[in-house]
Design a protein around this ligand. Sequence first.
Ligand code: SAM
Length: 342
Amino acid sequence: MLSPAPAAPLSLADLIAGLRAAGEDTRLRILALLADGELTVTDLTDVLGQSQPRVSRHLKLLAEAGLIERSREGAWAFFRIADRGLSGSLARMLLQRVDPSDAVLQVDRERLAAVRLQRAESAQAYFAKHAAEWDKIRSLHAPESVVEAAIRTVIGSKPIDSVLDLGTGTGRMIALFAPFARRLVGIDASHAMLAVARSNFEREAVKGVELKQGDLYALPVERNAFDLVILHQVLHFLDDPSRAIREAVQALRPGGRILLVDFAPHENEFFREALAHRRLGFEAEQVSEWLGDCGLEEIRVDRIEPPHIKAKSGASTDQQLTVLIVTARDPRRLLADEGSLA
Ligand SMILES: C[S@@+](CC[C@H](N)C(=O)[O-])C[C@H]1O[C@@H](n2cnc3c(N)ncnc32)[C@H](O)[C@@H]1O
């Protein structure tokens, strides 16, 4: 992820509150542990060897001082270094000054690695249960590397301030954009998928991602806040894709772009029973119309045809899948810019 812009100064009151909250053994250890990614209270109690009420109390004080943020995921709560607000930058600045070879912090890190390993094993067990079905789909369309290269070409390689990935699943799109983006947020309804994404980010050293459990029809994020909003292989699961698109567009900043990746119409009826797909692909014209109805402009459609893979996969040509990549832009800033030029 790109480094955040230099932080504005804190008020005296906020600075004192932040330093007070951080200036205690366990709380500084908690901040150091969160520097590497989100953790639950249970993770922290396992690592710190302290009771849950004590750890919760420390977390409450750190959150009240704005140094950390909390997000709910069903019955679980995840804590992370605050991304917004000035106190998060204070937390990051303090952590830069801590000696990473400190013996206490080293033991904490080793215990955290053990906790993560356990978590990764159960997340991957869930993933493995579905892997065969996903492999079947993959075998019917162009390789993911080809699709991802096309996505990167369409989006371009300029840094992007904030990316929102809807139905993030394993978090692959976030990992793809992580080198180019400052802020990365992933939303998924499934707690199990979020666990898989978390474990993938840890393995691939993708840091600072905000993962939230939530519904695509009622997004738990700010409006007008993201430069790129992604729906990658998600629309075909939804009973009302146009409503999900309308909701996604609300999250766009003026001038921001939406990226939709899904299949063109196909006849693999078995996707419905075996894979819970509701829609057997989409006409590019239909998706473009939905985007146009939301007021988006610069609608662009790219198609990636399936390779000739009959011999290898045994799939007949009519089973094969064309991948559609559709992008569009929120015109608000463009109009404002034109106005300022006039
Ligand atoms: C096939 S996965 C795609 C994951 C990811 N975008 C990718 O391409 O690798 C679809 C994801 O959408 C999520 N999903 C489906 N319906 C949803 C909804 N209404 N709200 C939030 N997430 C949803 C599922 O839990 C699943 O993780």
